[in-house]
Design a protein. Structure first.
Lengths: 269, 332
């Protein structure tokens, strides 16, 4: 080993450790920040819980969607997806748009923080909220809706809710960089509510008009919901593999859109 | 690697470097042109270099290209032409960013994080951050470290953002309008901090709308307008240049000691203009305003010529006047 080559201090052994520590710190404080921001945390958790209580627990009591699967259990899947989507769209779509318009994003970019740490922290926040929401929904279902759910079933829907937060986070990112920050709130609602309805999260898809049934597969929420229904033993459409591929494809498209939008903004700033 | 040329010394391209460029610049914009995708030309062949221990103020009206220049230096934007070097490296490299601190005009930082948390998150980005207690003292944040950012007053928010810029104990600081919203006491406190940073060899580039701030703080002022450097020099030089350029005479821009004399005199303008050093003499009501490049000699002659001269006042040109003159006299 040459002794003259050691003068460069750039590749210190601690670099990786430091990067991981930065990543962990960003994630931790992003979750803390989101939980402390009541306007966000209460509505992100409150909306799916409220809707589930209303449509799954108060209405449709003791009705079954198929043999052995009650409406309360079936809707658990749909509202878990609805919860993940809300956390990602409002947390990331609006959160990042606000960071962008306030100049906070630029300050972060100008700092030595790895840019990925910012994105991953937002993503982890959406995952954590998804897990909180699916857990609360399940507890409510068991306590007030006579939902009989096995632990493996719960583990599956919790995992799917967490995994689903990733494509939805990418949708949120694309939205944050495409839409003018001032209109982020309106656009978030325009995506959140129609997409949830059209992909059968509130009303089983077979009760929707035929035309809507045919377009439903364009939404990532549809695919995640089918995975949920299959895991809960309820009737579902399509194959498991096709749903995962669709979700992966959607994620990649959204990342591509985000990248293009970000590049475009960079050229113009 | 190409040598970075000082815009003030364009003739020395191939000769030996001028004394001011002997030091390796900490940051340099070399012949930068920045044209946005929408066709707007934000910077037009601009060159700027910052040297160790220097406080440089970037002045210019809105839309002059100040923030574009700062964004280029921070690596947030790429130039259409020319090169940006920070510590002789690409500003976008992490190694470069580890040595720079940035304070931007941030409307809203995450509000539900405490001051202490914000500072420690930023300290975590650097291998050798500034000690927490030092940052707190430098940014005058003692006593409010446990408050949420959202609960702070405008001045406290500004000081927290200053603290974030200091977090990595950087060698180069970009401060975009650092004292906006600060009361006089906090502003002076921040000035003292910025001066002590420069005294420790740190380089500071600040943009400001407060001309008083540039005057009090900067070793060098760079006035830019319409994407070009209009003038560059010590606050004294900029004032003189600006004032001289308001006059019709064009051959006096080399003046370094321009003073303004106000007095009440019976002397006709022609006599005053004949005094060495006098560049203009205007009488408005009872007051005659004289600009001179040789104030001592002019005064001696004036007093000798007019024994009844009264209400004498000698002043330096105000930076504000210089600034207005420099940025408005540019042909578009």
């Amino acid at each position: 080993m040459s002794t003259t080559a050691i003068t460069l201090p750039t590749a210190q052994p601690g670099t990786l450790t430091r990067t991981l520590r930065i990543l962990f710190t960003e994630m931790r404080f992003e979750v803390i920040r989101a939980l402390r921001t009541r306007a966000f945390s209460l509505s992100a958790i409150g909306f799916p819980v409220m809707f589930y209580c209303l449509f799954g627990l108060i209405m449709n009591r003791n009705e079954n969607i198929s043999a052995g699967v009650s409406v309360a259990k079936y809707l658990l899947g749909g509202y878990a997806v609805f919860g993940s989507l809300g956390a990602a769209i409002f947390g990331i779509g609006i959160g990042v748009a606000m960071d962008r318009s306030a100049g906070w994003l630029e300050l972060k970019q100008a700092s030595p923080m790895p840019p990925l740490a910012y994105v991953l922290a937002k993503c982890v926040m959406a995952v954590v909220f998804s897990l909180i929401i699916v857990s609360i929904l399940t507890l409510l279902g068991i306590a007030f809706g006579h939902v009989s759910i096995t632990f493996p079933e719960f583990a599956h829907i919790a995992l799917f809710a967490a995994a689903g937060a990733v494509p939805f986070s990418c949708l949120g990112l694309a939205m944050a960089f495409l839409a003018p920050p001032a209109s982020a709130g309106g656009i978030a609602n325009l995506i959140y509510l129609p997409m949830s309805f059209l992909s059968g999260l509130w009303v089983p898809i077979r009760f929707l008009p035929h035309i809507l049934q045919t377009i439903a597969p364009i939404f990532p929420t549809y695919h995640l919901a089918q995975l949920m229904y299959a895991a809960l033993g309820a009737p579902s459409l399509g194959s498991i593999l096709s749903h995962w591929i669709s979700l992966l494809g959607f994620t990649l498209i959204m990342l591509g859109v985000t990248w293009l939008a970000f590049r475009h903004l960079e050229q113009n700033s | 690697m190409t040598a970075v040329l000082e815009s003030a010394a364009p003739t020395s391209a191939s000769s030996s470097p001028t004394p001011s460029s002997q030091l390796q610049p900490v940051a340099a914009l070399a012949h930068i042109t920045k044209r946005y995708a929408n066709g707007v030309l934000a910077l037009d062949d601009i060159s700027l270099s910052l040297h160790p221990g220097e406080i440089v103020a970037l002045l210019g009206p809105n839309g002059a290209g100040k923030s574009t220049a700062v964004k280029l230096l921070m690596g947030l934007s790429v130039p259409t032409m020319g090169s940006v070097r920070i510590f002789a490296a690409d500003p976008r490299l992490t190694a470069t960013r580890l040595r720079t601190g940035v304070m931007l005009q941030v409307g809203r930082a995450p509000e539900m994080l405490r001051v202490r948390e914000h500072i420690n998150i930023f300290r975590g980005y650097y291998p050798n951050p500034m000690p927490y207690a030092d940052i707190l003292r430098a940014a005058q944040l003692d006593g409010i470290e446990d408050r949420m950012f959202g609960q702070l007053s405008g001045g406290q928010k500004q000081r927290t953002l200053f603290a974030l810029a200091l977090a990595g104990d950087p060698d180069l600081l970009f401060l975009d309008e650092p004292t906006v919203g600060l009361d006089i006491e906090s502003r002076r406190g921040m000035w003292a901090q910025i001066r002590s940073l420069a005294a420790r060899g740190k380089t500071v580039l600040l943009t400001t709308h407060y001309l008083e701030e540039a005057d009090a703080l900067a070793h060098r002022i760079v006035v830019i307008n319409k994407g070009r450097v209009v003038c560059e020099g010590t606050p004294g030089e900029v004032k003189s240049l600006g004032y001289a350029s308001t006059t019709r005479a064009s051959g006096i821009t080399a003046s370094r000691t321009l003073k303004i004399i106000h007095c009440s005199t019976t002397l006709p303008a022609a006599t005053i203009l004949a005094i060495p050093g006098v560049t203009t003499a205007d009488t408005l009501g009872a007051t005659t305003t004289i600009q001179t490049t040789q104030p001592e000699q002019t005064l001696r002659e004036l007093l000798a010529l007019d024994a009844t001269l009264s209400a004498l006042e000698v002043s330096s040109p105000a930076l504000e006047d210089a600034f207005l003159a420099l940025t408005s006299s540019q042909p578009s």
